[in-house]
Write a new protein. Structure first.
Length: 219
């Protein structure tokens, strides 16, 4: 009986992995080991249906993303897109907005709005290109470098490192499954950048909390 179930799950997993990806070729002839089909144990999982388990997994992803944003804001006062722009600039003397946008996979319009706020805060600066005055370059300031040092490792970076270590068949299968989930939630047409963040990407940053104790409000 266990072998029958495993074979059925293998066929289902292979079918999901062979879905045509929106941004790449269709993987074929995938050999999927049975150990990869084991579900992650959950508390009181005996009382959860497969549908409930799917909701729990989705909820965990949403919560992890939200907690990361709050941790980053608490420690640096930055949003994830702002932090990624600083990461893009840290090893460069100068960069154009176009090159930054390409580096972090956002539109130039979005990056321009974000950099406007970052410049007002003094963590990046703008100046004319010495060779071509029509071009404006962006540079990280000392204050920006200090914020980078204080910033935590991002969830997106950790996910990227672990995803890159997965075998090719599992990467394709995971993308196909996530795209299917987006379709089931009527979200496949929503415009989204490749960034693990919640909310508008060009939203204002949240001020890092002061180290001074809060004054008590009069009752």
């Amino acid at each position: 009986m266990r072998e029958v179930v495993a074979n059925r799950e293998t066929r289902a997993f292979q079918a999901a992995a062979s879905l045509r990806l929106a941004d790449g070729p269709t993987p074929t002839n995938l050999e999927i080991p049975l150990f990869a089909l084991r579900l992650t144990p959950m508390p009181d999982s005996a009382n959860l249906t497969l549908y409930d388990r799917a909701l729990v997994a989705l909820r965990r992803i949403i919560r992890a993303t939200d907690l990361q944003s709050k941790k980053l804001a608490r420690e640096t006062g930055l949003t994830l897109p702002q932090f990624m722009i600083l990461q893009s600039l840290k090893d460069k003397n100068d960069a154009t907005i176009g090159s930054i946008a390409q580096d972090i996979n956002l539109t130039q319009a979005t990056v321009t709005t974000i950099i406007d706020r970052m410049q007002a805060r003094g963590i990046v600066s703008r100046h004319r290109n010495m060779k071509d005055a029509r071009k404006v370059n962006v540079r990280i300031t000392d204050s920006g470098r200090e914020l980078l040092k204080r910033g935590p490792a991002t969830l997106q970076d950790r996910f990227g490192e672990r995803f890159a270590k997965l075998p090719d068949w599992e990467q394709h299968s995971m993308i196909a499954t996530l795209q299917r989930v987006a379709s089931l939630m009527d979200a496949e047409e929503i415009d989204a950048a490749p960034m693990l963040d919640i909310g508008a990407l060009d939203r204002p940053e949240e001020a890092a909390p002061s180290s001074q104790p809060r004054a008590r409000r009069p009752k």
